[in-house]
Design a protein around this ligand. Structure first.
Ligand SMILES: Cc1cc2nc3c(=O)[nH]c(=O)nc-3n(C[C@H](O)[C@H](O)[C@H](O)COP(=O)(O)O)c2cc1C
Length: 135
């Protein structure tokens, strides 16, 4: 299975998660600004990461436009979502994201949210999350 991790991160927390998940999933790793949307077509497993921004929303400067553009390509693929949050208990931005993905017809296999800066234990969970996705 050809896997890719594509992330956006403002202060590095989601980036740390992305690196650990890519290691676990043996996936290619891109910042969202480094990959053309059409390239997503080359992958079977697409793992997307974005922290909670706005009012429990996705980053609307770079990540959201990219995600909206690739959404039709994700319908036939294995998809997983992750990111870091801090302000709102439980990370409701991920619930919003999952609901949005579902409304777009995207089946999300798994999702992972981490509070603030990932601890060593969180990073181990990230690596495991990636590993499980390719098994
Ligand atoms: C502009 C801005 C908006 C944010 N909005 C939320 C939010 O709505 N809900 C939340 O739980 N955290 C919110 N946060 C906190 C971030 O999600 C948190 O700091 C996260 O760890 C940042 O991840 P990053 O280091 O990958 O950028 C916000 C942070 C910033 C700077």
């Amino acid at each position: 299975m050809k896997a890719v991790v594509i992330f956006w991160s403002m202060t590095g927390n989601t980036k740390m998660m992305a690196e650990a998940i890519a290691k676990g999933a043996k996936a290619d790793l891109f910042n969202v600004s480094e990959i053309a949307p059409a390239k997503v077509e080359n992958y079977d497993l697409v793992i997307l990461g974005c922290p909670a921004m706005g009012a429990d929303e996705l980053d609307d400067t770079e990540f959201l436009p990219f995600y909206e553009e690739i959404a039709p390509l994700l319908i036939d693929k294995k998809v997983a979502l992750f990111g870091s949050y801090e302000w709102n208990d439980g990370g409701p931005w991920m619930d919003n994201w999952l609901a949005d993905a579902s409304a777009k017809g995207i089946t999300v296999s798994d999702s992972l949210r981490v509070y603030s800066t990932p601890s060593e234990a969180d990073l181990a969970k990230c690596e495991e999350f990636g590993k499980n996705l390719i098994e």
